[in-house]
Design a protein around this ligand. Structure first.
Ligand code: HEC
Length: 159
């Protein structure tokens, strides 16, 4: 029965150490650790804008979404249609936040494209390697280019 005593002793010790660690965490670390706060709307837009440039969207869609980026001319000359992001009426798959997120992840359904380009593969890459947050922030920025204001936090109260 000696073994049982060791097991109890060891278990007790383990619990004690874990308990000390828990107390240490709550007392010592919590007040120092900065609270993880959600990004503000402006910060999300700033990140979206950064991604829009870093991920190369700007090369086709242009700085203000007029489909006039440096690559756009060659593409348009070869007959491609590049959605001018500043003109939501021309979006083929809709311009809601979730429509845009969908387009980034899955591309545009080729059957929606103008007839002249329907046979061609889309020049726009799929952005499946981005995180959900990156996709969301880029989409928010695209919404800004399209002229929408999604700042619900600071929206004037409706009553
Ligand atoms: C190589 C050029 C190219 C790049 C880079 C590119 N796009 Fe596109 N994009 C296009 C073209 C062309 C279309 C038109 C539909 C198609 O052919 O797939 C399009 C369509 C879209 C649409 C769909 C609009 C609709 O019609 O519903 C959105 C939204 C969009 N792009 C946003 C972006 C964003 C954001 C990025 C960067 C993360 C990006 N694009 C990068 C060429 C590009």
């Amino acid at each position: 029965m000696k073994i049982l005593r060791y097991i109890f002793l060891f278990g007790g010790l383990l619990l004690f150490v874990l308990g000390c660690y828990a107390v240490y965490r709550t007392l010592k670390l919590d007040p120092i650790q900065p609270k993880i706060t959600a990004l503000s709307f402006q910060q999300k837009l700033a990140d979206g804008r950064k991604q829009y440039h870093v991920r190369g969207c700007v090369k086709c869609h242009g700085i203000s979404g007029l489909a006039d980026g440096e690559k756009s001319y060659r593409l348009k000359a070869s007959g491609y249609f590049i959605t001018p992001l500043a003109m939501p009426a021309l979006y083929l798959q809709g311009s809601s936040l979730s429509n845009i997120e969908y387009s980034l992840l899955y591309g545009v359904n080729t059957q929606l494209l103008p007839l002249a380009v329907q046979g061609k593969p889309s020049p726009m890459p799929r952005y499946t390697n981005l995180t959900d947050i990156e996709i969301k922030n880029i989409s928010l920025y695209v919404r800004l280019l399209a002229g929408y204001n999604d700042d619900i936090e600071n929206a004037p109260a409706k009553n």
